[in-house]
Write a protein that binds this ligand. Structure first.
Ligand SMILES: [Zn+2]
Length: 276
């Protein structure tokens, strides 16, 4: 079985990539598994969204307790269990191997670097004896200026200093991921994915070893998906679609922050060269 971990900062296109990959036959998109397993993250998630009934729905349209995938392993949720995250992942892979033998690829869009490190350091212990797992990482990155605009939209802070700080956060998170890069990693640039999804997906599929199929259009059916944190309506309200918001191009303060922050520019250029 192939296991794909989507890494990167928030607002970088991980949900979109998870959905695009899950359109392929044999692929099961699970969403932010590590967040679902983590007691600390689940506390934050439920504090923020818990009053919204839809927050407890899977993308298949059912509440977690009725979803054919999650209902049987709901006890692994960080809401109910403090067991080590690694143990929960081991349990998850065993469960998939036993109950969903038709699944060839699992996509996890947890994003976070600590969980990625934990899984990479313990890669050998993840595979159930009957099911060898090969792990690959897709590191999604948004252009630092566009990322800064996304964060500003979320926080409402639009100061030059704030923009420079956001850019430094982007540098820290992405540089850390790039240091972990090896032959099982690829960098995916969100801008390029939006502009030319077919070409970028072709390259991703060849890296993942998928058979060449035509790229189905992104539909709301999500046939191969049990994205745990958010049902369809919830996702549609919150997710990024293949639609690129280039309002940042007209934000002179972001351009100025970019010109002043040479480290951000240097890494932005490097990522452009590295990316699929
Ligand atoms: Zn489901």
């Amino acid at each position: 079985m192939k296991y794909i971990y989507i890494a990167g900062l928030e607002h970088s296109g991980s949900t979109l990539l998870n959905e695009l990959l899950a359109q392929q036959p044999g692929v099961l998109g699970l969403g932010e598994v590590g967040i679902f397993f983590s007691p600390a993250h689940m506390r934050v998630y439920l504090e923020r969204w818990g009053r919204d009934e839809e927050a407890r729905f899977c993308s298949c349209g059912n509440p977690w307790e009725n979803c054919e995938f999650w209902s049987n392993i709901l006890h692994l949720s960080g809401e109910y269990s403090n067991a080590p995250i690694l143990e929960k992942y081991q349990h998850l892979f065993q469960y998939i191997g036993e109950r969903f033998p038709e699944v060839e690829t699992v996509v996890d869009s947890t994003k976070g670097t600590p969980i990625l490190k934990l899984l990479l350091d313990n890669k050998a212990t993840l595979s159930p004896s009957s099911l060898p797992i090969t792990m690959k990482v897709l590191h999604v990155v948004k252009d630092v200026r566009s990322f800064t605009a996304s964060i500003a939209r979320k926080t409402g802070h639009e100061s030059l200093l704030g923009f420079i700080r956001t850019m430094n956060w982007w540098i820290g998170g992405n540089a850390e991921l790039l240091r972990m890069m090896n032959q099982d990693f690829r960098v995916v640039l969100y801008e390029r994915l939006c502009k030319d999804p077919d070409a970028v997906l072709d390259e991703i599929y060849s890296f993942l070893g998928f058979e060449k199929t035509t790229n189905p259009p992104l539909s709301s059916e999500n046939r191969g998906s049990h994205i745990v944190l958010g049902n369809r309506n919830f996702l549609i309200r919150n997710r990024q679609k293949i639609r690129y918001d280039n309002a940042w191009l007209m934000n002179d303060r972001i351009s100025l922050a970019y010109l002043l922050n040479w480290k951000a520019r240097r890494l932005n250029h490097r990522i452009n060269e590295l990316a699929i």
